[in-house]
Design a protein around this ligand. Structure first.
Ligand code: G
Ligand code: G
Ligand code: MN
Length: 573
């Protein structure tokens, strides 16, 4: 039954709509079904592509705010009201906002007759519905906002969720964009999102994340195996898509899946886990599915926490950084006295340590890669040079040719301007360059041994010596040794200890490397002397220097000074 307001004109209705429009979050509208005049509250014009308040051809104008998928539905509904078949308009549809994003709205109106001539007018409101589903333009998939909403809603209902989350990241999307342009890139992304939709088959819900990333979520008890099944289907669907475009482009995806069973992990933490897992897949070369690994993840979290600590420590004037010193002994003349109570310590290797209450003493094998990755190695190197050199100067006052070695990694050299940093530290500390050695390993320089050659030359021209460290591990290159103008070859302790442990092969190799090094005018330092009996076993090869736990473990500067630095001149240094 159509209501009849014969004392009220459409004009006064418009005035009423205007008057109350500020009092509601809905967008009020009027559509005269006979002359097709339209009227909307001002707020509607701000969100949707609608003209100012009053306009003609209202049926066409309203259709324009409907997204393409829902156009047919909208026309059907509107036409049945205009033709008088229905007196209520009620439709949920995706409307396009001014910024061309699509949002779900509910539009509801009632046919009412106004004035003397009883004009049938549709009066109602458009409301943005509660579950605003923001669809990604390209993939027509809901976005991250919706993913979070869906997850949170499930979490509110049940804090122990079971299912899986899988994140998909297109491999080499940057390259694809670069080669074909971003429009083709978009097209390929849409092929990938189609393939994802095709592969879901009820296993999960897909969402489009930033840039070239997707997430599929299952909250119905899906397992890691289900995630694998989905990924296999996706790979097949992608292969078919490639075939359809005649292999104009090959595209692969990396994926990471986290399965959870009665788990209370909240959304942000779950997302972090899944992001980490995709990185593992990418690090394995891409084009594969990685499953969440709790052990790796806790290592990763530890490394992130340590990274924060290191950053703070550096800011706090290198608080917690320390150089430990391990004695280096003259292998030709090990003891300074007849009863072998005083060892002939000719120098030390400086070994960096970091410690803090949370982590205790952290090994450089753990923190140096973090410093290198973050670039923090640059300030720390400067600190190392200046602290080490100053210490050397102090000990040189007592023992004038006491010698300090510091380690430099390949990445450290690449990332920082090591040469000029060392030079600055030399000048400001006033250390004698001939008392300083830098230890380098060959690994990393394999592609360009000339780089290493240039570096050694640079250090030499500052008056410093360079030792080749860890010789015998990884890729030691005998052929280039002669070009390097290094001072000492340091035989790695793992290698030396095998020989002293009775390995004939290693003994043989050590013997000949030592002999060869001497022929090339290099000194030899053997590391890893752990017990006294090692000395005899190794001395027959006539090394120049020894280093190892038997002579002393790495220790603090104070401990080192107390044990090994002697003001006593009777040893005639
Ligand atoms: O002493 P420790 O076992 O923690 O040393 C482990 C490794 O860390 C050794 O190979 C050593 O060369 C390296 N290292 C120690 N101090 C430094 C340093 O100051 N810089 C670099 N690059 N490596 C270091
Ligand atoms: O790789 P580089 O030579 O820079 O590192 C020296 C490392 O070797 C230090 O961490 C030091 O603690 C370790 N080291 C020194 N002497 C010995 C030893 O006698 N036995 C063992 N196992 N390690 C040693
Ligand atoms: Mn070393």
């Amino acid at each position: 039954m159509v209501k009849d307001f014969k004392d009220i004109s459409v004009n006064s209705l418009e005035l009423f709509v205007e008057a109350v429009s500020d009092c509601t979050d809905s967008f009020l509208f009027i559509l005269d079904t006979k002359n097709k005049n339209g009227f909307v509250s001002e707020q509607a014009g701000a969100i949707f592509n609608l003209p100012e308040k009053k306009f003609t051809h209202a049926d066409e104008v309203f259709k324009r705010i409907v997204s393409r998928e829902d156009e047919a539905l909208f026309s059907m509904e509107l036409d049945s009201v205009i033709s008088g078949k229905k007196d209520i308009f009620n439709l949920n549809f995706r409307a396009l906002t001014k910024s061309a994003t699509s949002i779900w709205v509910n539009m509801r109106g009632k046919l009412i007759c106004f004035g003397e001539e009883r004009r049938p007018v549709l009066v109602g409101r458009i409301e943005i519905t509660d579950n605003v589903i923001q669809l990604d333009e390209l993939s027509r998939l809901p976005t991250e906002v919706q993913l979070r909403k869906d997850f949170d809603q499930a979490y509110r209902t049940d804090k122990k969720l079971s299912g899986f989350m899988i994140k998909i990241d297109v491999d080499k999307m940057g390259e694809i964009n670069e080669r074909h342009g971003p429009r083709v890139g978009d097209y390929i992304l849409s092929l990938i999102s189609d393939a994802i939709k095709e592969s879901l088959n009820g296993l999960a819900t897909a969402y489009k994340m930033n840039s070239d990333e997707f997430v599929c979520l299952n909250l119905n008890g899906g397992t890691a195996d289900d995630a694998k099944v989905f990924y296999q289907r996706l790979k097949r669907a992608l292969a078919e898509a490639e075939q359809r475009i005649d292999y104009e482009e090959v595209f692969t995806v990396s994926a990471g899946a986290v399965a959870f069973y009665k788990d209370t992990t909240q959304f942000d933490d779950l997302l972090k886990k899944v992001i980490f897992t995709v990185y593992s897949a990418k690090n394995r070369g891409g084009n594969n599915l990685a499953l969440f690994d709790a052990v790796n993840y806790s290592k990763h979290l530890r490394s992130l926490r340590l990274q924060e600590k290191l950053r703070l420590a550096i800011k706090n004037n290198f608080e917690g950084f320390e150089i430990f010193y391990q004695p280096v002994v003259d292998a030709k003349n090990i003891y300074l006295d007849k009863d072998k109570s005083v060892t002939n310590v000719i120098g030390a290797e400086g070994l960096m340590r970091y410690s803090c209450p949370e982590f205790g003493i952290v090994s450089p094998e753990e923190f140096i890669p973090i410093l290198e990755k973050t670039g923090l190695i640059i300030p720390v190197s400067r600190w190392l040079f200046s602290t080490g050199f100053k210490q050397c100067v102090e000990w040189n006052r007592v023992q004038k040719d006491f010698h300090l070695s510091l380690n430099l990694s390949y990445v450290q050299v690449k990332k920082s301007d090591v040469l000029s940093d060392v030079q600055m530290a030399l000048i400001s500390s006033g250390v004698k360059p001939e008392n300083i050695t830098l230890e380098l390993t060959e690994s990393g320089y394999m592609d360009d041994i000339h780089e290493l050659e240039k570096l050694v030359h640079g250090f030499n021209s500052l008056g410093l010596k360079v030792d080749i460290d860890d010789f015998g591990t990884g890729y030691s290159n005998l052929r280039y040794l002669q070009y390097l103008n290094a001072y000492t070859l340091k035989l790695d302790y793992s290698f030396v200890s095998k020989a002293t442990g009775g390995d004939e092969g290693d003994s043989y190799v050590i013997k000949h490397i030592t002999q060869m090094a001497h022929e090339l005018n290099l000194k030899v330092c053997m590391e890893g002397i752990e017990v006294e009996s090692d000395i005899e076993k190794l001395q027959i090869y006539e090394p120049d220097k020894f280093q190892g736990f038997f002579f002393g473990r790495p220790c603090t500067a104070n401990q080192f000074q107390e044990k090994y630095i002697r003001s006593d001149i009777r040893f005639n240094r």
